[in-house]
Design a protein around this ligand. Structure first.
Ligand code: NAD
Length: 322
C-alpha cells in the first residue's frame, strides 16, 4: 500500500485530496495547523501541527516511510487577503518557511516523489491587463513580475523544489492552479475567493435585493472545479513530467457574469452594486496546451456544472448559520 503525506489537509484542496487518495487505496497522513472546518477527515492519521516549526516537519516525516508528499499548506486567501498588502510579510515568511522545512525533510527522509502547489498568481502583471486574456502559457512566467508577494513566494518555492530535484534527484511535480472552487472550501471570514463569496452573497440576499461586487466586475478569470483539479494533480504525479504546468480552466468569465450565473442557479435576481475593493489583474486564463501535450488530458467540465454543486453547498451553510 502506498503511503502519502498531505500537508494542508485541513484546507480546501488538501481535504479533498485526502478523500481522493483514500479512494485510490493509499494510506494517508494529513497534517495542518487546524482540523478541517467543514468535514471529518478520512485520513488514516491526522496531525495538528505548525509546519513553520522544523521539529514538526521532522516528526511527521520520520516515523513513516512515505512514498509521496503533497505540499498544499500555505498562508493564503482570496483577493481580500493577498492583495491588500496587509498580510504580505506573513504570507512570505509563513509559506516560504513551510516549504523550506518540508523540502529539506523530504530529502532527509528519502521521500522521492513530491507534489508542490503553485499558483497562476506567479504570472507577470503586465501580460494580464486585458480582460480578454487568451491564456497564460507556462513559459510566460519569465521575466517575472507577479502582482503580489503571494505570487513571488510561489515562484521562489517553485525554484526551491526544482533545485532539490536538480541537486538531490527528487522527483518533483509542480502545478500552477488557476482559481479552484467547490464545496468544503472557505466561504466566509475574509479568506474566501470570488466564487464562494458570490455564492454566499446571492444565497444570503433577499430576492430583488443587492449584492456588492469589488470593482466594475469586468475583470475576468477562469474557475476550475475541485474534482478536475484532483484529476490533474494525480495525473501529473503519475507522469514523468515535472512542470510547472497550469491546472486550470480556459472558460473565461467576467465577475459580473459569474454573479449572473449564480443568480440563475439560485433562481434569484439581485442587482450588483460595484464598490471599491482589492482586485488583482484585469484578465487571467489558463493556457492548456502544455498539460494536453504532456498528460494527454485537460480540464473539460463547463463552469456551470461545478458552480451548481458549489452553490448548493454554500446555500446550505448560509441557511445553517442563519
Ligand atoms: P486553504 O487555505 O484551504 O489550505 C491551505 C491550508 O494550509 C490551510 O488548511 C491552512 O490551515 C494550512 N496551513 C497554513 N499555514 C500552516 C502552517 N503553518 N502549518 C500547517 N498548516 C498550515 O487553501 P487551498 O485553496 O486548499 O489551497 C491549497 C494550496 O493550493 C495552497 O498552497 C494554495 O496557495 C494553492 N493554490 C490554491 C488555489 C485555489 O484557487 N484554491 C489557487 C492557486 C494556488
Amino acid at each position: 500500500m502506498k503511503k502519502a503525506l498531505v500537508c494542508g489537509a485541513g484546507g480546501f484542496i488538501g481535504g479533498h485530496l485526502v478523500k481522493r487518495l483514500k479512494a485510490e487505496g493509499y494510506w494517508v497522513r494529513g497534517v495542518d495547523i487546524k482540523s478541517h472546518e467543514y468535514c471529518q477527515t478520512v485520513a488514516d492519521d491526522f496531525i495538528v501541527g505548525d509546519l513553520r516549526e522544523q521539529s514538526v516537519c521532522r516528526r511527521i516525516t520520520s516515523d513513516v516511510k512515505f512514498d509521496e508528499l503533497y505540499q498544499l499548506a500555505a498562508d493564503m486567501g482570496g483577493a481580500g487577503y493577498i492583495f491588500t498588502g496587509e498580510h504580505d510579510a506573513c504570507v512570505m515568511h509563513n509559506s516560504a518557511t513551510i516549504n523550506l522545512n518540508l523540502v529539506e525533510e523530504a530529502k532527509n527522509t528519502g521521500i522521492k516523489k513530491v507534489f508542490y502547489s503553485s499558483s497562476a498568481c506567479i504570472y507577470p502583471e503586465g501580460i494580464q491587463m486585458d480582460p480578454d486574456n487568451s491564456g497564460l502559457p507556462e513559459a510566460s512566467a519569465y521575466p517575472a513580475c507577479p502582482d503580489s508577494e503571494y505570487g513571488w513566494e510561489k515562484l521562489f518555492s517553485e525554484r526551491l523544489y526544482l533545485s532539490y530535484a536538480r541537486n538531490y534527484g527528487m522527483d518533483v511535480h509542480i502545478a500552477r492552479f488557476h482559481n479552484i472552487f467547490g464545496p468544503e472550501g472557505t466561504w466566509d471570514g475574509g479568506k474566501e475567493k470570488a466564487p464562494a463569496a458570490i455564492c454566499r452573497k446571492v444565497a444570503a440576499a433577499a430576492p430583488g435585493g443587492e449584492i456588492e461586487i469589488w470593482g466594475d466586475g469586468l475583470q475576468t478569470r477562469t474557475f476550475l472545479y475541485i474534482d478536475e483539479c484532483l484529476e490533474g494533480i494525480r495525473r501529473l504525479m503519475e507522469s514523468g513530467f515535472s512542470g510547472p504546468v497550469n491546472i486550470g480552466s480556459d472558460e473565461l468569465v467576467s465577475i459580473n457574469d459569474l454573479a449572473r450565473r449564480v443568480m440563475g442557479i439560485a433562481n434569484k435576481s439581485v442587482s450588483l452594486k460595484h464598490i471599491k475593493g482589492p482586485l488583482g489583474v484585469r484578465g487571467r486564463s489558463s493556457d492548456n496546451t502544455l498539460i494536453q501535450k504532456k498528460l494527454g488530458w485537460r480540464p473539460s467540465w463547463p463552469l456551470a456544472k461545478g458552480l451548481e454543486l458549489t452553490y448548493r453547498w454554500i446555500e446550505a451553510q448560509v441557511r445553517n448559520k442563519g
